[in-house]
Write a protein of this length. Structure first.
Length: 58
């Protein structure tokens, strides 16, 4: 179980990743960033079934 302090750190990192994703011109790098976003999302909210940002698993 992730502690509240750790969750805050994950949320901060999630914000950084979202900024990086929006600014990145390279699709291959964006894909890696997106995968990291999904992983952090699963850590923050592990019971959530939907994939964020409207993407489907590949």
């Amino acid at each position: 179980m992730v502690k509240e302090e750790e969750t805050l750190l994950f949320i901060i990192e999630l914000g950084r990743l979202l900024d990086d994703y929006r600014k990145c011109p390279y699709e291959s790098v964006k894909k890696s960033i997106y995968e990291d976003i999904l992983l952090i999302g699963c850590v923050i909210h592990p019971d959530h079934d939907e994939i964020p940002l409207g993407r489907s698993e590949e």
